[in-house]
Design a protein. Structure first.
Length: 431
């Protein structure tokens, strides 16, 4: 159990481009008034601000400045800091580890191990700790799968001499986003996110997601590297971490910002109108070093998500990264099909055109100029991708090990009938 009050402030560390050792960049304070409204304040350190190689934590919201930044949004957490904080799965692991279900945002920042996405870290000491060099190994995957199953089922890990060690191992990976059980592991090629199947999955999620990444690459989309390994008779999806680059001295770290942060949006309904591919394309163009290429890439991903009925395409499943000074769109990740019942209308999580979230070819093309694409070019991208997905998804899925039964289960996800309905019909369909 947590035996003392949560600190109200911490230091923010950052690993600069080309470096493997973090430096202290800023001080962050999180307080609440008598009404319980949280306010976050961040100020860059004078020493960091004076560095010639200093880079901003967020190039829009937290530019390099000697001012004190302040926010009451997102429980007082700046978007770039939220991106480095654990999501649903990581929070479950941390709550289990510390023996408390009621933690605040500062607790999650401080209790999360320093394997988080991006280049940030947090701590109570002004001097940052040495970078972690000892990661879980792939040979430990069977025990990690066991621990993940126990957490999902809210059971204890098998009570033996290794139980405490396995609980510690599960903490590695808690900073990675998403709700699925996962851990970070290392092999000779670098760091991977191991994503475990759940016992209650309706199909082999590991092989299905891997197949979608392969299919997306065949459609000209840049994706994270992935593979599936067998562990104790079960499949585990391994996704290569693109925010890390292995060197002889250690790991270089890329800065990362989620699409949610770039949109200045939150996960609740209050800012859901900003969940938009169109707005994301425009915000992306303000930051990216290759705006035309990145806008077109985002358009292709939007189209692909519509064609596989990936309705989990929320803004945190899009990201920018900067391994050096320049920002660019990260590789695509978390591509999952959803076999909806409706054959008339399916919606993405984000607005994709004039008819809102409607996953429809005409709607997707309707705002093509905002993606720096002429209408004819956008229509060709959609048509070519539609043909590719329709004609090859089954072949790709079977080749990557998905069973015939699982292909039958997810088959309704691909190129559903409403994708080609005239857009005027959208008004008569139930959202």
């Amino acid at each position: 159990m947590i035996s003392k009050p949560t600190p109200t402030e911490c230091f923010v560390y950052i690993t600069l481009p080309g470096q493997i050792t973090p430096v202290t960049a800023a001080r962050f304070e999180l307080t609440a008034d008598r009404r319980g409204i949280a306010t976050g304040r961040l100020v860059y350190g004078r020493t960091y601000f004076a560095r010639a190689d200093a880079v901003p934590i967020d190039p829009i919201e937290l530019k390099l400045s000697d001012r004190t930044y302040e926010t009451t949004g997102m429980k007082g957490i700046f978007g770039a800091l939220r991106d480095a904080s654990p999501d649903y799965w990581g929070r479950r692991v941390i709550e289990r580890h510390v023996g408390a279900a009621q933690l605040n945002e500062m607790d999650y920042l401080l209790h999360s191990p320093d394997d988080r996405a991006g280049a940030l870290g947090f701590g109570l000491n002004q001097q940052p700790p040495a970078p972690k060099r000892d990661f879980n190994k792939t040979l430990q995957l069977a025990r990690l799968q066991e621990a993940a199953d126990a957490i999902v089922a809210k059971e204890d890990v098998q009570n033996d001499a290794d139980a405490a060690q396995i609980e510690e191992l599960m903490l590695v990976g808690t900073s990675m986003g998403g709700a699925r059980p996962k851990a970070v592991v290392e092999d000779n090629d670098g760091l991977w996110i191991a994503k475990f199947n759940r016992n209650d999955d309706k199909w082999n999620s590991a092989r299905a997601e891997h197949a979608m990444l392969v299919l997306a690459r065949s459609c000209g989309i840049t994706t994270a590297e992935s593979k599936v390994v067998r562990v104790g008779g079960r499949d585990v999806l391994m996704v290569k971490r693109f925010d890390r680059e292995r060197t002889d001295a250690g790991y270089l770290r890329a800065r990362m910002l989620s699409g949610l942060t770039l949109l200045r949006a939150e996960e609740g309904h209050d800012t859901r109108d900003r969940w938009s591919y169109v707005l994301l394309a425009e915000d992306l163009r303000r930051v990216s070093a290759v705006p035309r290429a990145d806008a077109a890439e985002l358009f292709r991903r939007m189209c692909f998500n519509a064609l596989i009925s990936n309705t989990d395409d929320h803004p945190r499943n899009h990201a920018l990264m900067a391994m050096n000074v320049d920002w660019k769109l990260s590789p695509a990740y978390d591509l999952t099909p959803t076999p909806h019942v409706s054959e008339e209308r399916r919606d993405l999580a984000m607005i994709c055109g004039d008819a809102g979230r409607y996953a429809n070819a005409e709607n997707i093309v309707s705002q093509s100029l905002r993606f720096l694409l002429e209408k004819g070019d956008a229509q060709k991208i959609v048509a070519d991708m539609e043909e590719k997905v329709r004609g090859t998804w089954y072949e790709v899925a079977r080749r990557e090990g998905l069973s015939e039964q699982d292909c039958h289960t997810i088959g309704r996800a691909f190129v559903y009938a409403g994708f080609r309905y005239p857009m005027g019909r959208a008004a008569t369909l139930v959202v």
